[in-house]
Design a binder for this molecule. Sequence first.
Ligand code: NAD
Length: 507
Amino acid sequence: MQSILPLSTQPVKPGTSTGQQFWQSTEKTIESYSPADGQLIARVHPSTRADYDRVVETAQAAFQEWRLVPAPRRGEIVRQMGEQFRRYKRELGTLVSYEMGKSLQEGLGEVQEIIDICDFAVGQSRQLYGLSMHSERPAHRMVEQWHPLGVVGIISAFNFPVAVWSWNAMLAWVCGDVCIWKPSEKTPLTALACQQIIGEVLRNNDVPEGVSCLITGGRDAGEWLARDPRIALVSATGSTRMGKAVAEAVAGRLGRSLLELGGNNAIIISEHADLDLAIPAVVFGAVGTAGQRCTTTRRLIVQDSIYDDVKNRLKSAYAQLRIGSPLDESFHVGPLIDQQAVKSYQLAVNEIRESGGRFIVEPGLLEGLGFESGCYVRPCIAEAENQWSVVQRETFAPILYLLRYSTLDDAIRQQNAVPQGLSSAIFTLNMREAERFLSAVGSDCGIANVNIGTSGAEIGGAFGGEKETGGGRESGSDAWKAYMRRQTNTVNYGTALPLAQGITFEL
Ligand code: NAD
């Protein structure tokens, strides 16, 4: 396997990606353990405040140059990055799987997402379109254009350790911005690998130092970005708790934030559903990435007349699930990220029992050979009620709540009656039901699907959700606009000075 990390016995240090690095010596390190086997796989220096300030200054200086590079040329550099990720897909995908614990297939899928967004961003670099408007005044022309914004701070979560960065960074770069990435302290190594992979492209193209920067650390480092008026946009992905703190700090300085926060996603299964499609979609949605996707299926809302049938089919599907190392492709379900996550799972399980929930597939912690990390849990299913507080919150683990409904409006009401609004789906072959679910009185989520599950979005659409999910949109469609500033231009090419709204002003 080719190396995608600097080979050294010393802890790896953050900085900018084209060679020059800034750091103060510090005794502290962030330790990255693989949840797959519990091994310590790296120690990384956290950035100090002084490192951070130097990185921001370098990024600001780089922005002065980068914004002048024509957008299609910036796109060409992003195209070359996509080629690099194609070259290193297996190595990076394997590292994602090992450091984060998702299956190798999903690790490779995450790198494919980077490649896809690179391709998308290349096309976008020639389509940063503004509009032209007809002026109400004679001999006047009105247009709007989009300009680069500045320094973009990217705070990312552990569960998509590389893809979420790329959704932001690739678009931000073609838009003429420079980026400072603060990855999750739980997955610093994959972030360093990405910087290493694109470093060669940046150097080969003489891209100014500071266009792509990385700072490492936990909450403190995220707070530096959120509070810093030099950061034009803070794009933050993570828990709702984190999003509220970032939103408050950024709003306090009237900055811009783009928030991608927690979900509590439901699938409705109607009596008109094709269960051969629905059951595998539910199982993948609920247990994929061990229930640690923002789009994980957490609630299943099933019509009364097929409730028992669905329940029995789910029981037999879950009985076939094999749990084990994410790097071994014969297993369906890998570990949770760490033992703290296992505790949250256990707390939720206890709360479900106390609330009166009944498990139809039992939970549990796996021990013994192959499970030494202490992070492997059994995916479980509980019969529950939507209003219970445990059902209302996002537990980042493979727990599926089974709910029932009689009328479609009742199902939609339950689906919407949670604080989050990320992803949703209905399985039905009835066109009226499907269209009602997608209509203004249907799902209140940012993503609403028919006959596919809640997770596994493509990069071409705008990704994000409403309510406590934060309202941000990333990736495809017109999400690029978040990374630019809009300017309206009115040009008078006549010989008079008419005022808008017919106002007269004579000297
Ligand atoms: P987390 O909120 O614990 O951490 C996310 C990031 O925020 C980390 O880099 C962390 O260091 C930083 N951070 C924490 N507190 C901060 C603060 N006060 N100020 C600034 N930065 C701070 O989340 P996590 O456990 O890494 O990830 C899981 C969560 O992320 C889930 O809620 C999941 O739904 C959500 N998520 C959402 C999306 C989406 O697109 N909507 C995608 C992936 C994950």
